[in-house]
Structures are given as structure tokens and as C-alpha cells.
Design a protein around this ligand. Sequence first.
Ligand code: CTP
Ligand code: MG
Length: 547
Amino acid sequence: CLQNVDKLLLRGIGTNVVSAQAEATRKEETDEKVGHRSFYAVQVERQEQAERSVLISCPFRVNEKRFHKYLLNHGDINKFFFYESHSVYAVVEFASRESVTSLLEAVAIPIVSDESVVPFKSRLLSLRNLGAVESPNQPVKQCQPQTTIPINELIQRLSKEESIDQQINSLTEAYQLTEENSRLRFLVCSLLKDIAAAYFPECTIKPFGSSVNGFGKLGCDLDMFLDLGGISGYSVKRPKSGLSLEYGMKRANSERAVTQSILSVIGECVEQFGAGCVGVQKILNARCPLVRFAHQPSGFQCDLTSNNRVAMKSTELLYLYGELDPRVRYLVFTVRCWARTHGITSSIPGAWITNFSLTLMVLFFLQRRSPPIIPTLDYLRDLAGPADKNVIEGNDCTFVSDFSKIQVESNKETLEQLLFEFFEFYATFPFSRMSINIRKGKEQNKPERTPLHIQNPFETSLNVSKNVNSTQLERFVALCQESSWLFQQSETNTRRCNGTPIPWGLATLLLPSQVAGIKSRRKRKREPATERIKSLLESLKNKKLAT
Ligand code: CTP
Ligand code: MG
């Protein structure tokens, strides 16, 4: 509506021509004003910030002011923060790349007495304090947290909240990635890019998955994508006739073989030359070949892949859904946390439901509300403009990128209602017959006999949850049943015992003892539901008395 007023105003002053370009820019600006920034815009900005940044390991008691002044000799600083991981590190983002160049000119190669160093230079530096002794009274630096609070602390925090909606808010606040953590993720990608650029100078390394889809929790892994699609030469116009030149290049049997060969070499470089990169594993025979390692200075567990454009599109799709309605992110965070607490998801690969599957389940549930909270993927595809068209290896990954084209229906359900309804929905979902499908926004007949079938949104012949066995699915369903029941029984507001808040609402659903209950019950013969619920109530009562 505002845009139409703008158009009329423009006409009023005699300007009839509004170029498509200007229109597009204005739409982007409007989206940004209402808080929506396109996935692409956020990525580009963060990557650019990372290129102007350095990571410096610091002595614990460094004088912050002196350090800051020292850095300012090389140029203006946009962002400067400390965090702790093994030792203290500073992330320094300069205003210009020239400052980084200037700083690096003054960096020495270390001389170590008993060892030798590989002189591979990077933007991971180490601050030495020669000569001057820092006062032992140096204030301890304010370090930005890079991990989540322990579950017990979270439960206590939630117990103090006044409503379940506030509890869900509070959980999300405590768990979501911070601005600083997000910057650090892009910086690690940028440091890795410098290694890969030794072979492929025009490459980029982009984060994908939960680091950037809006659903990442502090401490989640860092999925990276080595992108060679943007290197010059792919888009060179070939003349229809006459002379032209092509690069002489090594050939391989398949794209997969090329990916394996590139990752094998880059993996070797990361292992041999990458400062702070440890435990490098090349997992090249996986469906999606990858190099896994730990980046010690950041504390991130990293998965480096290549030729993984579809995953990048699913990341963008999840980001878009998360931006369409704030309830999406709140609910995903809550369900992910609930699932992790009860061992439904795990950090170890296996027959567990993954966070990605769980997120698709939440999205599907929100599409099934009446009226729906988010639209189907087919609807988003139908809204796409010519610039959005994207087919990757035969998979149609097209969907609209312009938020302002998307009509969202007016659903006023509260987070509390939605969380309860989520448990109810999956407590009775016909998993044995039906497949979860966010493209259609409606369950479909299952095309195969796996216990849980969630269609991959873009590679539609694939099942995202193929790994899940029936035991894990049963545990999920049992927990949904119990949680929906507990939800109904729970207190509706804060209660205190000698001034200490008693777990209630969402906090009750996260109590770890519930997991043990379910596990031990599975080993015993199944009791009638009423008995199980009775014993669950007893254990809850005891817990409350104990606190
Ligand atoms: N992915 C996919 N198909 C799968 C598994 C993963 O397309 N079967 C893509 C998704 O885009 C996913 C990304 O790869 O977001 C990263 O996968 P993973 O690390 O397993 O999930 P995350 O969403 O990053 O969640 P987590 O916080 O558990 O790492
Ligand atoms: Mg991940």
C-alpha cells in the first residue's frame, strides 16, 4: 500500500518512469525497513565484514586500551570483541581491507625453540607482550559467551517467567546465535577460504545450515560450502565461429569424483597448513562428501563440503520461513531444545531424528494450521519471478526471494497454543501411511516403507529422515503424547516454594527426569497409559517437593 502511495507521489511530480531496477531496490529497502533482509543481502554483508577481520589470540591479562590503540595504528575499527575458548581471543573488524594488509605487514613469523613452523600466513594471529609487564590488577575482559547456558540454569530461568509465551521467548533468547557468534562463523569461513584460495584464488567459502538459517543454537556445528561456481571462465561468452581458447584441465568421470578430488586436496591443506585446525577427517564416500575438523580457536566443529548448492537453497528457504512470522523461529527453537533434552536428537550421527528433519516437521505443522501460518513451497515457487529461477542438477529449487510478494494469512494463535497443538499433531500423526511434505503443505502417501518419511524439499525423491528407525520414531511419538498431556496438567503460572520458583509450564517439559522415565518404561513391560501417567505425575510431584 505504501509502495502504491509512493508511486502516486512520483507521478504527481511528473515522473512516470520507475525503472525495474529502482523498483527492485525500493522493494529491498522496504523489506529491510520492516525488518526483512534477503538471505543473499545478509550473506554478502557478513562475508564482506569477515574479509576485513582478523582473529587474535591474546594473553589473559592484556591491557585492552593499549591493545586497541595499537590496532588503531593500522586504521579505524568497526567492531572489536573478546571471547574465551581455551584462551582469550579478540575478533577485530577493521573499516577497510587496507588496514588488514597494513597490520599483516607488521606481523612476524614465530621463532620456536624446539619446533619448526610451516610458514603459511593467515589472519589468525597471536599477541605477544614483550618487555612491559601488565599490572596484575588489569580488569578481566568482558568476554562474549559462545556457548549456551546449561539446561538446569535454563529451567530455572524459565520457571521465573510469567507465561508460557514468555518462557518460549526466554528460551529462544538464551539459545539463539549472538551477533558476535555469527560474525565469528563467517570469519572462520573466510580464514578457510584463504587456505582453499591457494589453489582456487576466486573461490568463496559460505556457511550454510543452522549457522545462517535463523535456527542455529550457540554451539551448533559450522557447515561450510566451498563454492567454485563463481569463478571466471564459466560465464565467458564463446564465439559462434572463429578462434577461441579453453583452459587445459584435468578430467574426471563425474562431478562427484571432481568434488572428492578437490576436497581431498583442500582437506590435506587444512590438516597440514591450517593453524588451529585439528582432527581432520576426510569423509569422501558419504552421499555428500565432506571434510570434518575442529577449529580450535573458535571451538567450532566444522563440516566442509563442495558442490552442495541444493543445501544452500534449503538453508535460504528455512531462513525465509523464519522471517515470515516470528512464531516460526520461537517454535523451532523450543521444539529443538525439547528434543535435545530428551535425547530425541543427538550430536552423534545415528538413527535419531536430526534437527533438520525436526525443523521440517515444525514447518509442516505450521502449514497445517487453520488458517496456515506459513505458505507451502509450491506457493512460494509460483510467486517466483524470472530472476528467482534456479534448477540445480535437474532439481527445481525455484522460489520467490521478494518477501513483499508473499501474502501471509492472519492466524492469531499464541505460542502456547501452538506448542501444545504441535505435540497433539504429532502424537496422532499417521506416520505409518503418510509422508511429511512441505512442498504441498499436506501429507502424502508414503512412497517407501521407512518408519519416518519427510520429503526433501528440493531433491524430492529423497527422504530427509531415512536414517530414523522405528524405535526412535516411537520415542518421539511417546514424548509428544506425554508432553501434550503434561501441558494440560501444568500450572498456568509461576509458583514459588520458599521464594524459589518451582518448574512449571515449558520448564516442566524440559525436566531431564522425564527422559529416564520414558527409557526405563520402554525396558519394562508396557503399563496401561493411566498407570504411566500416574507414575509420571508422582515423579513430578516429588520433584516439586524436592525443590
Ligand atoms: N541438509 C539437507 N538434507 C539432509 C541433511 C541436511 O539438505 N538430509 C542440508 C540442510 O540445509 C541443513 C544443512 O544441510 O540445514 C546442514 O545439515 P545439518 O548440519 O545436519 O543440520 P542443521 O540445520 O545445520 O542443524 P544442526 O544445528 O543440527 O547442525
Ligand atoms: Mg549444521
